[in-house]
Design a protein around this ligand. Structure first.
Ligand code: G4P
Length: 540
């Protein structure tokens, strides 16, 4: 392990900033519900010895909808962890683990969180293989060329054939696999893992859970540990794996074509050390980020960051929020001033929340790759860029065309103005998208996952005392419309006023009753582009 730190962080040629950046690994865990993400997260945190608490950032109370998996850990195991980002140190490296909420349902939050990571760990239940949600999240990672490390979990239970599992990853995700470890014995007879790269076996019983060198145990010796083990079959299999596996190629991994695979049991804290070691060794340092002006290198000394998530604060009476910003370059120090590029105004970062430090003390500085929480009263929006004065916007924080569109019906018509304000806030926070029809009809809300509607309803009620119902609207689909030719766009909008709405930024959206109408209109709208993803930062 020690070679990781020396080859990255401690190289003498690096500036202090570059050395700090090189120590960072910012990642998320992607998985289908129940594959073991929560359990693995907990074990990773314990490895890092960093159960960290930043009190204000916890999601509100017992509200089911926004509760993150980390809060589940907190509740169930009585430990306190911060939501949204968790930072821990291990072997000289700083790991920032970003939470992707693990509901069955998709939310835009999940997608956006993946814009803020440099790599991802894909957790697969050994008995189930690739499941729907894993696949969907994987596709998002692929779009962004995020390298993936695979952890095949629950090896202590009956699993599917291991070769078959790898084959499934290769075929369904079009991703090459390199097993870094290999299970010895299966299910109840699972003894541990073989280190494919260095040889030796790490045993489940007897210290195997901890990181450290695998023991050089002869396969024959293993039979003494478990009489059910078919020694010659194990030997054949290991020979096959060692000879037939694709060798690990760092470049192919970094480009997202190959995944190193680790086997283990999060529940038994087995294989987690291997995984962490793999993350440290292979996962990329903070990457350069695209902006509308230039590519911003992480080691650029001028601080820059973008907001990828907004979380309402604990106290519903004070509408303060925490904006989670990923630092893309330079160093952020407490008290510094940053320029909010969207408004051109300067804002003091007087009390940014840093989620590191093992002893819960609040750090005073953060570096590219880190995530900071910035308390604000609605100044910051999703997709906002903060700089040290420069004018550029980071691109690639997306809005997705909603899969569900609803009309919001107020049960108290007197509160229409309040509803308008509340919906504006909720859309700025990214809870839902709000579309205001140009013909003056009541606002529509659009979501990617149905759960977002539950969140909206609960929050409107709790924070604004606005009881609302959702009605099915005549519109089912929404697409952003744009054109290189401003005149053409204006003509299109004028001809379709009753189907045009403005989004939160005032950008025009075409609302369609169904796919047929959409197709029909699109075919006839020459020169008009219909898109189902809007880059929050690419305005105009
Ligand atoms: P998720 O966040 O991906 O949804 O999964 P979570 O960690 O909550 O794990 C889902 C279930 O799988 C839990 O059981 C958990 O204990 C179990 N599990 C996780 N990792 C392993 C493993 O390596 N081996 C085995 N055998 N089980 C594992 P549960 O009964 O649903 O919840 P709980 O009451 O145990 O917390």
């Amino acid at each position: 392990m020690s070679d990781i730190a020396t080859t990255t962080a401690e190289s003498p040629a690096r500036s202090p900033l570059a050395a700090e950046v090189a120590r960072r690994r910012t990642f998320a865990i992607i998985s289908h519900p129940d594959a073991g993400k929560t359990t693995l997260t907990e074990k990773l945190l314990l490895f890092g010895g960093a159960i960290n608490l930043a009190g204000q950032v916890k999601a509100k109370g017992e509200r089911r909808n926004t509760r993150s998996d980390w809060m589940k850990i907190e509740r169930e195991r009585g430990i306190s962890v911060v939501t949204s980002v968790m930072t821990f140190e291990f072997e000289g490296l700083v790991f920032n683990l970003l939470d992707t909420p693990g509901h069955e349902d998709f939310s835009e939050d999940t997608y956006r969180t993946l814009t803020a990571v440099d790599s991802a760990v894909m957790v697969i239940d050994a008995a189930k293989g690739i499941e729907a949600r894993t696949r969907k999240l994987f596709e998002v990672c692929r779009l962004r060329d995020i390298p993936i490390i695979t952890f095949i979990n629950k090896m202590d239970r009956e699993s599917r054939d291991v070769f078959e599992l790898l084959d499934e990853i290769e075929k369904t995700l079009a991703l090459d696999t390199t097993p870094m470890t290999w299970p010895v014995g299966r299910g109840r007879d699972f003894l541990g893992t073989y280190d494919v790269v260095n040889g030796g076996v790490r045993l489940l019983e007897g210290g195997g859970a901890k990181t450290g060198a695998a023991q050089q145990i002869e396969i024959e010796e293993l039979a003494k540990l478990n009489a059910n083990l078919d020694v010659s079959a194990v030997k054949d299999e290991l020979e096959l794996v060692t000879e037939a596996s694709k060798p690990f190629e760092l470049e192919a991994f970094r480009e997202g074509h190959l995944t190193p695979v680790y086997f283990g049991s999060a529940l038994r804290n087995f294989g987690v050390g291997d995984l962490l070691e793999g993350l440290g060794k292979f996962a990329p340092e903070p990457r350069a980020q695209e902006s509308d002006q230039r590519k911003v290198e992480a080691t650029d000394p001028r601080m820059s960051a973008f907001v990828f998530k907004i979380q309402a604060n604990m106290d519903p009476n004070h509408r303060d929020r925490i904006a989670f910003a990923r630092l893309c370059s330079g160093k952020l120090s407490r008290g510094m001033k940053a320029k909010l590029v969207r408004t051109g105004k300067s804002m003091p970062l007087s009390s940014p929340q840093f989620f590191f430090a093992q002893d819960r003390s609040v750090a005073d500085e953060a570096f590219a790759g880190d995530v900071v929480g910035i308390p604000n009263h609605g100044t910051l929006r999703i997709g906002d860029t903060l700089t040290e004065g420069e004018d550029f916007n980071f691109v690639g924080v997306p809005s997705f065309a909603p899969e569900i569109v609803r009309r919001v019906r107020l049960t108290d018509a007197m509160k229409a103005k309040k509803l308008k304000e509340a919906l504006q806030q909720m859309s700025e926070e990214g809870v839902v998208q709000v579309f205001r029809p140009r013909d003056g009809a009541p606002a529509l809300v659009g979501v990617v996952g149905a759960l977002q509607l539950d969140v909206l309803k609960a929050r409107l009620e709790a924070e604004y005392s606005l009881p609302v119902e959702f009605e099915v609207s005549e519109f089912q689909l929404a697409r952003w419309v744009s054109s290189d030719d401003r005149k053409k766009l204006d003509t299109f909008i004028a001809a379709n006023t009753s189907s045009i709405a403005d989004d939160v930024d005032g950008d025009p959206v075409y609302l369609a009753r169904n796919e047929f109408y959409l197709g029909y209109t699109r075919e006839r709208a020459e020169g008009i582009e219909f898109t189902n993803v809007k880059d929050v930062k690419k305005k105009g």
